[in-house]
Design a binder for this molecule. Sequence first.
Ligand SMILES: C[S@@+](CC[C@H](N)C(=O)[O-])C[C@H]1O[C@@H](n2cnc3c(N)ncnc32)[C@H](O)[C@@H]1O
Length: 221
Amino acid sequence: MNSKHHWESVYQRNTTDQVSWFRSHLEASLDYIQAATPDPHAGIIDVGCGEATLVDDLLALGYDDITVLDISESAIEAAKRRLGKASSRVTWCVGDITQVILKARRYDLWHDRAVFHFLLDSNQRAAYVRQLCYSLVPGGHVVMATFGPEGPTRCSGLDVVRYSATQLSEQLGPSFELLSDHLEVHETPTGHSQQFLYTHFRHKDGIGRSLSVHRHGDDIF
Ligand SMILES: C[S@@+](CC[C@H](N)C(=O)[O-])C[C@H]1O[C@@H](n2cnc3c(N)ncnc32)[C@H](O)[C@@H]1O
């Protein structure tokens, strides 16, 4: 089963609060985002948003330039339904972050909770980091959460890579400066504890890109 089919099936088989990564609010992410980009007009992209309420909470805080992306259309549709009319204030995208052609624009902040750690192949990780570099403004922020060094080795039936802050820093490369990190224990809906690593990086210089550059991918939005 390919990745898209896997995730569509996960969201079709489970309600929002049945998946192991469910939290009613992504408190740590919200804290990092508000500290990094207090300006409500900051461009924020949530990569692999799933059905998380981060978008609802960001809208409630007054953020008005939010993009959410997921490989699963079912997850995006569920989040849209939950938001109702407010969903028109969000840019929604369905695509694989390692392949999608993102809009020709840059974001002030890139958020990822529990997506990067599913990328097992170094080529996939390189594609993700390229996308990140193309998409951030110079000096832009990355708030990324993965399983920590003592976190689970599998999630949602898939193998994952666990990271320390140093290891994640190595993955993102020298143009990203680690500003802060912490470990957090997440309690799953079935009562299991999972160690998460939260990180905040800043893109030191920004890699120049022409916004008209054509890149190859499988989705356009
Ligand atoms: C563990 S869930 C986390 C969801 C959400 N970030 C949260 O914290 O509640 C991982 C999410 O990443 C999405 N995903 C997995 N691989 C992806 C990819 N290559 N591109 C975009 N989304 C992806 C899945 O559909 C799923 O919604």
